[in-house]
Design a protein around this ligand. Structure first.
Ligand SMILES: C[S@@+](CC[C@H](N)C(=O)[O-])C[C@H]1O[C@@H](n2cnc3c(N)ncnc32)[C@H](O)[C@@H]1O
Length: 268
């Protein structure tokens, strides 16, 4: 199942896009010169952007395993990005091959790649839609066809809420989405922060602002506030490597390099 796929000619390659910049941080090949230039500017300012991106993927794997091990069998992954294996459905299906995953992103290039890689597996779907219009996501036929709103849902917002400004009301957006889900549903969030190095992040934000879409970093407290209707699981909202690490606790050196918070919670 997929939304109308865009053709390559419809992709705007004159301006950088967050999905393709992120693909570049992860060492992917689905990016253009404009994206690489903007990403390199960010890397110059915040040399740890690629380390943060890798830690973000690793957190995503741990969090998906946590909620699927806890019994959730359907996931809506908004701001999914250009497919990077293992994707959400691949991680979830290591635990149960029947898990349903609806992917959502507002970037046509993600739609093109998702059409090729994410929607040919059964029990997955892709929707080209914007997080800032949550009702349109909930009403979309692909979502309605895939997700049973009487059963718990895991809502994944992995490195996407920082593209929503304070004025666009991320708490309200999450409330609109979560109101459609029963108690016991999960929320998983990762979010860029400037708590660690304010000056560099101020400069990096300017790259996103002038090049693509504004990046709004948030404090730990502000990220915790996104979980208003959810009970956070241990250890709460923390720097990504500190969240239920698979191996030993991260070193100070590792922590200094990751400027993203993450957390997960269950709907009250
Ligand atoms: C940094 S990437 C994160 C990709 C993936 N979630 C991960 O963490 O590996 C951010 C993604 O969010 C998408 N995005 C940004 N703003 C969005 C919005 N308002 N609605 C939906 N998707 C959005 C971008 O197109 C991009 O694919």
């Amino acid at each position: 199942m997929t939304d109308r796929p865009f053709s390559a000619e419809e992709i705007d390659t004159s301006r950088p896009h967050p999905a393709r910049m992120y693909d570049y941080y992860l060492g992917g090949k689905d990016n253009y010169e404009v994206d690489r230039e903007a990403a390199e500017q960010v890397i110059k300012l915040v040399a740890d952007a690629p380390a943060s991106a890798r830690a973000n993927r690793a957190f995503m794997h741990r969090a998906v395993r946590t909620v699927v091990s806890g019994g959730i069998r359907q996931i809506i992954d908004i701001g999914t990005g250009i497919p990077t294996s293992p994707n959400t459905h691949e991680v979830a299906r290591e635990i149960d091959p029947e898990v349903k995953v609806a992917y959502v992103d507002n970037d046509p290039i993600v739609s093109v790649h998702a059409g090729a890689k994410l929607t040919n597996t059964g029990n997955t779907g892709f929707v080209l839609a914007d997080l800032r219009d949550p009702q349109a996501i909930l009403d979309h036929e692909v979502i309605r066809g895939l997700i049973d709103f009487d059963q718990p849902v895991a809502l994944m917002l992995i490195s996407v809420v920082h593209f929503v400004t304070h004025e666009e009301d991320p708490v309200g957006i999450i409330a609109t989405l979560s109101e459609a889900f029963p108690a016991g549903s999960a929320l998983i969030v990762t979010h860029a922060t400037a708590d660690l190095r304010r000056q560099e992040h101020g400069d990096a934000r300017n790259v996103y602002k002038s090049a693509t879409v504004p990046l709004t970093t948030r404090t730990q407290q502000e990220v915790e506030g996104l979980f208003r209707d959810f009970d956070l699981v241990e250890p709460g909202v923390v720097q990504l490597p500190l969240w239920r690490p698979d191996g030993p606790q991260p070193t100070e050196y590792e922590l200094e390099r990751v400027h993203i918070y993450g957390g997960a919670g269950y709907k009250k």
